[in-house]
Design a protein around this ligand. Structure first.
Ligand SMILES: *Cc1c(COP(=O)(O)O)cnc(C)c1O
Length: 416
């Protein structure tokens, strides 16, 4: 029998909407020794991670901790812990990930009320508020930044409206936290989920989430139902109403993240070291500085794309700063271009889904990948590939336009 080949991991420049490159400090942290999950040295790291999450998620909530699993594990944990069969859930959807919220809600037995807007746009808050009045949902669940279309939905007015109409506001902020402003408390978000492999710039595999007392009340009520079932008291009453998942039961998980440290699953200790170090890096950089870095690199990328004569997809008024969607020029196979970028330049950009498949490329500027060097290399490589495929674009303009932006930003900084 042949021995297994040595692990082969080529160096890449990753300009996709995740997973993205991570700071070497995160990888180093993840290679530290294993600790037992009840070791005081480890529970101290858990507590510090919760504190770091509160700051990055801009919340005073007691509960802010990661679910072990990718972002959708966090979404599923949140929804299946809140939604009971028959609960009405309003899902305003402006891309693929609105569909994910609907699918999970439906699997939890929720009654899904979806409203849609054309891909490439987002909702006017009034449209959503009107739908809240009409459907009177228990929960409004929606995406903040949808990576499939590269759009961002302003949330503040919707958050206020949810509170006013006494429904819970649940937000998938997977693509935005750590890259652009997300104000959990100020925007009155009751439950928020994010992921590690996007703007937090930590390997995939954890889904930080936070929730407030309004959600905790539901968890406690459903937990008491569960306990009633165990003791046989409320059997018939409420079999329907128990939280259907063990792994994703937030009422149990919060007991593990509380000083009680009740055993649940075995914590992914090395993954938590990575998250901790990623949060530390974000707070060292400063939230506002980090958002500014994301804006600057986005601006340079967009300037370069436009200087090439390519067209951006979607309504510019709601462009997601961490993802740039570019229309694939007529007569060009988008996958050929992506393959050449990867093989010849070791650069990865993304394709798209559903109605946009084959129509746009998506270029991420997220976390550690969101650097001047990466933006300039991506523009240079994309230009070279398109020229090689005989696309008629002006040669040499893209990188110059991006460099102009960086110079302009420097100038603005000095003159302020
Ligand atoms: C990437 C992404 C997800 C899903 O993330 P996984 O980590 O692959 O489960 C969910 N929502 C949004 C908005 C995303 O961008």
């Amino acid at each position: 029998m042949q021995p297994l080949k040595a692990l082969h991991v080529p160096a890449r420049t990753i300009m996709t909407p995740g997973p993205v490159e991570v700071d070497p400090r995160v990888l180093q942290a993840m290679s530290r020794s294993i600790l037992g999950q009840f070791d005081p040295a480890f529970t101290a790291i858990m507590n510090d991670t919760m504190e770091g999450l509160r700051r990055v998620l801009q919340t005073q909530n007691q509960w802010a901790y990661p679910i072990d699993g990718t972002s959708r594990a966090g979404i599923e944990a949140m929804l299946c812990s809140i939604i009971e069969p028959g609960d009405r859930v309003l899902i305003p959807s402006f891309g693929r990930f609105g569909g994910l919220l609907a699918e999970i809600t439906e699997r939890c037995g929720g009654e899904v009320h979806m409203i849609h807007t054309e891909w490439g746009t987002v909702f006017a808050p009034d449209t959503i508020i009107a739908a809240i009045k009409e459907t009177e949902p228990k929960v409004v669940a929606m995406v903040h930044g949808d990576t499939s279309t590269g759009r961002i939905q302003p949330l503040q007015e919707i958050g206020y409206a949810c509170r006013e109409h006494d429904c819970l506001f649940i937000v998938d902020a997977v693509a935005t936290v750590g890259g652009t402003d997300v104000k959990t408390d100020d925007w009155m978000i009751d439950g928020l989920i994010t992921g590690t492999q996007k703007c937090l710039s930590v390997p995939s595999g954890m889904a930080p989430l936070t929730y407030n007392h309004r959600i905790e009340e539901i968890l406690m009520e459903r937990k008491s139902i569960e306990q009633g079932l165990v003791t046989g008291e409320q059997e018939e009453l409420n079999h329907q109403r128990r939280i259907r998942s063990n792994y994703f039961d937030l009422s149990q998980l919060q007991e593990y993240w509380s000083p009680a440290r009740l055993n649940h699953h075995t914590e992914a200790t090395a993954a938590l070291y990575g998250l901790y170090e990623g949060l530390r890096l974000i707070l060292e950089e400063g939230l506002e500085q980090r958002f500014e870095r994301h804006r600057t690199n986005e601006r340079a990328l967009v300037a370069g794309i436009e200087a090439m004569g390519l067209t951006l997809f979607g309504d510019p008024g709601c462009k997601l700063p961490t993802v740039t969607c570019v229309e694939i020029p007529e007569g060009i196979n988008g996958e050929t271009v992506r393959a050449m970028l990867l093989e010849d330049f070791a650069i990865e950009v993304a394709s798209s889904f559903g109605p946009l498949h084959g129509k746009i490329w998506r270029i991420g500027t997220m976390g550690y990948s969101c650097q001047k060097k990466n933006v300039l290399q991506t523009l240079a490589a994309l230009e070279a590939v398109l020229l090689r495929l005989q696309v008629k674009i002006p040669a040499g303009e893209a990188v110059q336009a991006a460099l102009d932006v960086y110079k302009q930003v420097e100038y603005e900084k000095v003159s302020h």
